[in-house]
Write a protein that binds this ligand. Structure first.
Ligand SMILES: [Zn+2]
Length: 593
């Protein structure tokens, strides 16, 4: 394995990587937006179906033309936030993006007015391809503000909540932590020390958690200031936009309704006992009376050596997807072959992992910090599932139909994790290997379905606290987090005191205009577990159904997508299907005892 293979090649995104030519391209992106404004401003309300189709097609073509350059700047920066050129280009892209947003803010507003006046346009056959796209705009119409207000909001966000978000991210990714490993004190960046949470050495895991969270807690004023500003901004904006609840904006963005999410969260609350059953089982497998927080997602002891090189990980991922469908397997291999994945661990790199689709290239880019653990192989399979979603979507849909809400956006990724599980289980030679694999997928399930639910309760409780007039200082936020966490875990886990600072490092809480990012993960987890059950029942004939679902992008709502597979997502019995699959994995694990 060469290090180069683990570093992505972003040059494919642009015609030239010369910073001056990148800047020029950004300028022409702004210029074109301004010209579109000159052409269409105040004229959208008078468009007929054909005219509207032209506008939407123009907008999609524009997205494809400039997607590469903005991606390039953003990805370069997330790969190394300490690099001067990356910093400059990222900043230039942000400024250009803001200008474009300002120049084109009128489109959504005028489009909203046009549709409010002529709702029949939504079902006009000329606009058939954009039907659901238009329906979604119609749903946002009652919450839109005037053009001047929308432009002002974009301006205040840049140095307001966007800046708080950036501060949180930069503060975290440039932090280092001193930890003693095998008698030697090492200074590790955040992205690297969190790799130790998965260490087989229990004491090392404990110390890594202790050091990180104690360290993060020392900066509580920074995290609390940021989270408070972002949350208060959201409540004020919700009021201004007349959202009935603090979740409404997210429900609309995710194309779901309260009924579906209520039935989802009720199912979670009813099943905390199932998760706690798994946690007690895991304690038994670890030879403990009770798990500590640093054991919850730790590997089991006695796990056979399961470290993966980059090329071994590649083989597992490609084979797992290949076993499901050859076309998909080929795309996964292409992601490695074309070096669209950045796996190298280094300081200044954004922590965590993500997949950014590249629609114009009908492909995607993935960032992760690959430490060679089974968890990293799963992360890779997960992000590759997002890439597969992008491959299918970009081949079937226009960009307007690829604004996939997070409930569905996780479908390819989690399904990919299950495919990997299936492959690894089929190859497992010993009881211990089987246990390690099952524990891994159940850890993932527990995190996504249950731990993330704690975050839903936590986020809600912050808004409730603000509404009650409470001031969210670090300790108050910590108290809210602990209360939400305990609702899920009950007394099944012992927590280090410093874990009350767990909320400080989650970038999502600080993301501008991205409130309630969390329940879609819960949604997706149970949705896909249910889908996986169907795959097991239907075999081959299910493959096409899943590919069709992924290729649909956002051209249909999750409710419709569920209905096409015979599910009613507002019904708790649907969500229980996903729980059933989890229970089956837990039973399998128990049988190994
Ligand atoms: Zn994901």
């Amino acid at each position: 394995m060469t290090e180069d293979e683990m570093i992505w090649d972003l040059s494919q995104l642009v015609e030239s990587t010369n910073p001056t030519s990148i800047q020029k391209k950004l300028e022409s992106m702004v210029g074109e937006a301004e010209r579109a404004r000159d052409t269409y401003h105040s004229k959208i309300e008078g468009l007929d179906a054909k005219g509207l189709l032209e506008l939407l097609e123009m907008k999609d073509a524009y997205t494809l033309r400039f997607e590469g350059v903005t991606r390039y700047c953003r990805l370069m920066y997330s790969a190394d936030s300490t690099d001067d050129v990356a910093k400059q280009l990222n900043d230039a892209a942000r400024r250009a993006y803001m200008k474009v947003g300002q120049a084109l803010a009128f489109i959504d507003i005028e489009l909203g007015k046009l549709l409010a006046e002529n709702p029949s346009l939504v079902t006009n056959p000329v606009l058939a391809e954009y039907k659901h796209y238009l329906e979604r705009i119609l749903r946002r119409v009652p919450h839109m503000l005037s053009e001047t207000e929308e432009r002002l909001i974009i301006t205040k966000d840049k140095n307001g909540i966007d800046a708080w978000q950036m501060l949180q991210g930069d503060w975290l990714s440039t932090k280092t932590f001193d930890i003693e490993i095998e008698g030697e004190t090492k200074t590790l960046p955040y992205g690297e020390i969190i790799g130790l949470y998965q260490s087989p050495d229990r004491d090392l895991r404990k110390r890594a958690n202790q050091i990180v969270y104690e360290g993060l807690g020392k900066d509580e004023i920074i995290w609390a200031s940021a989270i408070r500003a972002v949350c208060e901004d959201h409540l004020q904006m919700s009021e201004l936009r007349k959202y009935p609840t603090s979740m409404t904006q997210s429900l609309i963005a995710n194309d779901v309704d309260k009924q579906a999410i209520d039935s989802l969260m009720n199912t979670i609350e009813k099943n905390v006992g199932l998760y706690q059953r798994y946690l007690r089982l895991k304690a038994k497998l670890m030879g403990l009376d009770k798990l500590a927080n640093y054991d919850v997602v730790a590997p089991l002891p006695n796990v056979p050596e399961m470290d993966y090189s980059w090329s071994e990980a590649r083989k597992e991922a490609v084979d797992a997807y290949m076993g499901f469908d050859e076309e998909i397997g080929g795309w996964v291999d292409e992601m490695f072959e074309k070096r669209h994945i950045d796996g190298q661990v280094r300081k200044g790199k954004r922590s965590g992992a993500f997949c950014a689709s590249w629609l114009a290239g009908k492909s995607a880019y993935i960032l992760q910090s690959f430490n060679g653990r089974m968890g990293d192989v799963y992360t890779q399979a997960h992000e590759l599932g997002h890439a597969v979603h992008a491959y299918l979507g970009s081949r079937a849909q226009k960009p307007s139909n690829l604004e996939v809400g997070s409930c569905i956006a996780e479908t390819g990724s989690i399904f990919g994790e299950l495919l990997l599980t299936e492959r690894l289980l089929s190859k497992a030679k010993t009881k211990e290997e089987k246990q390690a694999i099952l524990a891994n997928i159940l850890d993932e399930f527990g995190m996504a379905a249950f731990q993330v639910s704690a975050r839903v309760f936590f986020e809600q409780s912050m808004y409730d606290a603000i509404k009650r007039g409470e001031f969210l200082d670090g300790e108050t936020v910590a108290k809210l987090w602990v209360a939400a966490r305990d609702k899920i875990y009950g007394d099944s886990v012992d927590w280090l005191g410093a874990m009350k600072w767990e909320w400080t490092m989650k970038p999502h809480y600080y993301m501008a205009n991205y409130r309630f990012y969390n329940y879609p993960y819960v949604f997706a987890q149970l949705f896909v577990f249910a889908l996986y059950r169907l795959y097991k029942e239907q075999g081959e004939s299910f493959v096409l159904k899943l590919k069709r679902l992924l290729a649909t992008g956002s051209s249909k709502s999750p409710r419709e997508l569920g209905a096409e597979l015979g599910f009613v997502i507002t019904d708790e019995t649907f969500w229980e299907k996903g729980m059933k699959q989890a229970e089956e994995f837990i039973d399998l694990l128990e049988e190994t005892l």
